[in-house]
Ligand binder design. Structure first.
Ligand SMILES: CC(C)(COP(=O)(O)OP(=O)(O)OC[C@H]1O[C@@H](n2cnc3c(N)ncnc32)[C@H](O)[C@@H]1OP(=O)(O)O)[C@@H](O)C(=O)NCCC(=O)NCCS
Length: 182
């Protein structure tokens, strides 16, 4: 795996200690916080350990959430993150979270497209999939923008930790290496 990955506006790379303030700000927002339970919150020591642990993972690390920083070239700040969880057998689940100030500009699409291309061309992945609650329209629209295929709609299949504990629908999308046109 060769990181960083460079796109027109972004650099996708490992997190560094110097990103801690950006990472704290990013994961403070509730919409990103609920997707990044594996990332310590405000504790700098724990964040340094997390960054060290992440640095030891490959993009094939089986059953581990491998998080990558998305840096905006223009500012040098980390404005989002991508995650990849491999099953160790050439399939992986991709995830994403971007700062509220950097949404609706196509940045998540640009970053995810680059990581999927990298996974297929450099890492020999066979299939990338993603899932989200049906209510997270921004996330499944991103999957569709990327050209992922809708594979499933699970009815009342998940009970998030919300106050009413209501069961919600979820959707699953995927794309095969053979189908990917970048
Ligand atoms: C999911 C998430 C990453 C999607 O972010 P996003 O801003 O909608 O996605 P993008 O950055 O690709 O921006 C796409 C939007 O920018 C617009 N856009 C502007 N310039 C663009 C460009 N150059 N290229 C592509 N799209 C562009 C698109 O039209 C689209 O807008 P629309 O949805 O109104 O049609 C974001 O909502 C997020 O971080 N949510 C919180 C975390 C989360 O829920 N993660 C998923 C858990 S399952």
């Amino acid at each position: 795996m060769t990181l960083p990955i460079r796109t027109a506006r972004l650099i996708i790379r490992r997190f560094a200690y110097s990103d801690i303030d950006d990472l704290v700000a990013l994961t403070r927002h509730e919409s990103v916080a609920r997707e990044t339970a594996n990332i310590p919150r405000e504790d700098r020591g724990k964040l340094m350990n997390y960054i060290d642990t992440q640095a030891g993972y490959s993009l094939f690390e089986a059953n581990q959430c491998v998080d990558l920083a998305v840096e905006l070239k223009e500012s040098g700040c980390v404005i989002g993150l991508l995650s990849l969880v491999s099953d160790g057998e050439r399939q992986g689940e991709i995830g994403w979270g971007f700062s509220i100030d950097h949404r609706a500009q196509g940045l998540a699409t640009e970053a995810a497209r680059a990581l999927i291309t990298h996974a297929f061309t450099e890492c020999n992945y066979h299939r990338i999939f993603a899932g989200t609650p049906l209510t997270n329209e921004r996330s499944w629209k991103l999957m569709e923008r990327l050209g992922m295929r809708k594979e499933a709609h699970f009815v009342k299949a998940h009970a998030p930790e919300n106050p009413d504990g209501a069961w919600i629908d979820t959707v699953r999308y995927a794309i095969l290496a053979d189908e990917w046109d970048g």
